[in-house]
Design a protein around this ligand. Structure first.
Ligand code: ATP
Length: 203
């Protein structure tokens, strides 16, 4: 589904990715492990188009997406949940979820997906009107993941979803990831918690 071929990325003159190659097959969960500063976040940003690779190719479903803008890459079916639970903090939980579906035009299916997510994560319904920034860290992580799922992604990029969370919440987040595995969602996951990540990952 996704192939990176010898990808090089830079921040200005700082050469961070030096020829990374990897592949993710449809339906797989792939965990990307590495030391702090190794370039894991940079890899996800390069895939989702937030950073342009200077060399190499990124193919998604047979198409070279390495020169496409981030908004087109979302449209192709790649959703990115960035590090640090970036919700739109002044917007309500419901508005955050609606924004996740901004590129979709199938309004009825959007509503069905919203209902399903709210059934799966009751907090999304209970706190629909609350400003997302006032939720706890773990709750915000659920909003961030649900917002990405509202795009009905073919591939989900998760950047350290358990970071900074209490053990009980880490367990909940991994239950969510296992649940997504059951539904066949393809996931590229970055985690410091290597043991938990390798438990759910295929590669
Ligand atoms: P961590 O596990 O600590 O989150 P990581 O593997 O995700 O690390 P990256 O965030 O990809 O690492 O960073 C890789 C390198 O690029 C680091 O040396 C970092 O300091 C540098 N870097 C990251 N973002 C920028 C930026 N916007 N401008 C300049 N350098 C950056």
């Amino acid at each position: 589904m996704l192939t990176l071929k010898s990808v090089h990325s830079y921040y200005g003159r700082l050469h961070v990715l030096k020829g990374i190659s990897l592949h993710v097959r449809q339906g797989e969960i792939v965990a990307l492990l590495g030391a702090n500063g190794a370039g894991k976040t940079t890899t996800l940003k390069t895939i989702s188009g937030l950073l342009k690779p200077r060399k190499g190719a990124i193919e998604f479903l047979g198409e070279d997406i390495s020169r496409l803008g981030a908004e087109y890459i979302v449209g192709r079916g790649i959703a990115h949940v960035p590090e640090g639970r970036r919700v739109f903090s002044t917007l309500s939980v419901a508005a955050n979820l609606e924004l996740g579906a901004f590129s979709r035009h199938d309004r009825q299916a959007v509503q069905t997906d919203l209902d399903e997510l709210q059934d799966r994560f009751p907090i999304l319904r209970q706190r629909a009107k609350q400003a997302a920034g006032t939720l706890s860290g773990g709750e915000q992580q659920i909003v961030a993941m649900a917002r990405a799922l509202m795009a009905r992604p073919k591939l989900l990029l998760l950047d350290e979803p358990s970071m900074g969370l209490a053990p009980r919440l880490v367990q909940q987040i991994f239950e969510v990831i296992s649940g997504l595995k059951e539904t066949g969602t393809t996931i590229l996951l970055i985690e410091q918690n290597a043991r938990a990540a390798l438990k759910v990952a295929h590669q």
